[in-house]
Design a protein around this ligand. Structure first.
Ligand code: PBG
Length: 315
């Protein structure tokens, strides 16, 4: 059966910052900007006109500390952005990324038991030094803050064990039974996140994420994480990145009869953009080839920085 991409498959990510009329260039992320709320609303108007119906929000806060507290306060940038978007565009599907890495001074996705690892070096054992209890508590508070602001979906990406269960429980208890959860279930410790870390200013200050993100050498743990998220109450699961991982996407599609999102990440986008600039290929043709492949492998939603261009080309 021939597969064709359509606009309903597309989710467009946004980076939100404080300020007025901000449209900040990100050096190595061509075509993507950090936007303040006013600029964001204008951009979403364009995206909506092109037929985009779903957005994913990332906050890039000014304030960072060891426990990422500004992720759940009232003035949080994602909280304010989600509220404003739902006011302007009630029908737009708003998904919020739920993580601590942009809010912690050390740049890790959880709260650490100790701020410095015992061993430094390329592969530190930071997995052991994430304080799971405090991290889960913080994630639940962020989920509630996002739900209160009107987010339709929260998307926990911290890779903390049992995060989906804890967040589901907190949402139900808080009266947000309708808020859905998109689990970043199979998230690999990947080299493809470079431009994103520049955008979100979220690179780890020391160590790496191999303690809590998956190793690319096997697929079994990824499928187990997906099964866990489904049993913990996720409404949709995710594989991330996309292109090096389409085997996992396809295995997940065959194994689980469940909604599946795939994240075509920043490094994958940069490949296409920089190659097109060098005239190595035609950008539009390449984008269609890649996004169609991701859909063919089994994606229902494709989170992609190409979404606006693809929607334009599909019109
Ligand atoms: C943070 C997060 C990352 C991405 C999405 N959420 C980066 C990371 O794990 O360091 C990457 C997305 C992209 O590269 O486009 N938890």
């Amino acid at each position: 059966m021939a597969i064709s991409l359509n606009k309903d498959n597309l989710v467009y990510p946004y980076f939100v910052v404080d300020g007025k009329n901000e449209k900040q260039v990100i050096r190595d992320f061509p075509g993507i900007f950090r936007l303040s709320i006013g600029s964001l609303i204008k951009d979403i108007e364009d995206a909506k006109r092109l037929g985009i119906g779903k957005v994913l929000l990332f906050g890039v806060p000014k304030h960072k500390d060891d426990s990422g507290m500004s992720a759940y306060d009232e003035k949080n940038i994602v909280v304010r952005a989600a509220r404003e978007i739902k006011k302007e565009f009630p029908g737009l599907v708003v998904i919020t990324d739920l993580c601590l890495c942009a809010y912690t001074a050390h740049g890790h996705c959880g709260i650490l038991t100790e701020v410095r690892p015992r061993h430094s070096g390329p592969r530190s054992d930071l997995g052991q030094s994430i304080d799971r209890g405090r991290t889960l508590e913080a994630l639940a508070r962020i989920a509630l803050a996002h739900a209160e602001a009107g987010a339709d979906w929260v998307a926990p990406s911290a890779m903390a064990k049992k995060q989906v269960r804890v967040i589901r429980k907190a949402l139900d208890k808080g009266g947000f039974k309708k808020t859905k959860i998109l689990g970043y279930s199979a998230k690999f410790a990947s080299n493809f996140y470079g431009p994103f870390r520049q955008a979100a200013d979220s690179a780890p200050a020391f160590g790496d994420r191999s303690g809590y993100q998956l190793n690319f050498v096997s697929s079994g743990p990824a499928l187990r994480e997906i099964a866990d998220d489904i049993s913990e109450g996720a409404d949709m699961v995710m594989v991330k990145p996309a292109l090096g991982y389409l085997d996992i996407v396809n295995e997940a599609r065959r194994k689980f009869d469940f909604p599946l999102a795939v994240y075509n990440v920043s490094g994958e986008y940069a490949f296409i953009k920089y190659g097109a600039k060098k005239k190595l290929w035609d950008e539009k043709k390449m984008v269609f080839e890649v996004l169609t492949s991701i859909k063919r492998a089994g994606a229902d939603w494709i989170i992609t920085y190409h979404a606006k261009d693809a929607a334009k080309w599909l019109s």
